[in-house]
Design a protein around this ligand. Structure first.
Ligand SMILES: [Fe+2]
Length: 228
């Protein structure tokens, strides 16, 4: 996850640059995408990708950093009440940063393997747990469409039980809120901001097309790391 110190423009040396802490506080920054904004078209428009990344994800990061700085100040002052009050902003905006950082990695242009089913052990595990890739896609699409309001639908591995699960989370709750042993393999953003410009708020249409640009190779890499 991208981190940088609050001190801008200060040269602290090659090795200390990312570790030097100013007032003990570091800030998070927007991660780069490994593909162009328009590279996922026609499944996801370049306009949506650009706004989603530059505006929405950036806003979560800005507000997360602000809340962490306020928390730092509250702790320094011994202000327990304010420290507790900040927890919801930290969960929401920090969750937004965590979730979107995963989401960008879960997508890939078709030319880079987007939509190609996993070739590794994840493909076998999906068949075993869900019957087939088609059944998993149908299940995640249905559960994602049924999320009330805003949220996420996830394919995860329970690293203690060594099994795949499909979960949903509300708002920007990260998957870890559903279980400490859950590791996200694939998270699909079902907030309106992920599709409204292109799909006119018809979430099932978005959920039908996003599978064309899912980066199963990345999901397989995470799965094989967690379940060697
Ligand atoms: Fe989003």
């Amino acid at each position: 996850m991208a981190l940088r110190t609050l001190s801008k423009g200060k040269t602290l040396g090659l090795f200390s640059k990312f570790h030097q802490q100013i007032r003990g506080l570091q800030t998070f920054t927007l991660p780069d995408l490994s593909y162009d904004y328009g590279a996922l078209e026609p499944a996801i428009s370049g306009e949506i990708m650009q706004i989603h990344h530059q505006k929405h994800h950036q806003a979560y990061i800005t507000n997360y950093n602000k809340a962490l700085e306020q928390l730092n100040e509250a702790i320094a002052k011994g202000d327990a009440s304010t420290a507790v009050k900040l927890q919801s902003a930290i969960k929401f905006n920090g969750g937004g940063h965590v979730n979107h950082s995963i989401f960008w990695k879960n997508l890939a242009p078709i030319s880079a393997g987007g939509g190609e089913p996993p070739h590794g052990s994840l493909g076998w595990a999906i068949d075993q747990h869900f019957g087939s890739m088609e059944k998993l896609i149908a299940k995640m699409s249905a559960e994602g469409a049924a999320v009330q309001g805003s949220g996420w639908v996830w394919l995860a591995v329970d690293k203690e039980l060594k099994r795949l699960v499909v979960e949903t989370t509300a708002n920007q709750d990260p998957l870890v809120t559903k279980g400490a042993s859950l590791v996200p393999l694939l998270g699909i953003d079902v907030w309106e901001h992920a599709y409204y410009l292109q799909y006119k708020n018809v979430r099932p249409d978005y959920l039908k097309n996003i599978w064309k640009v899912i980066n199963w190779k990345y999901a397989n890499e995470v799965y094989e790391k967690e379940c060697p």
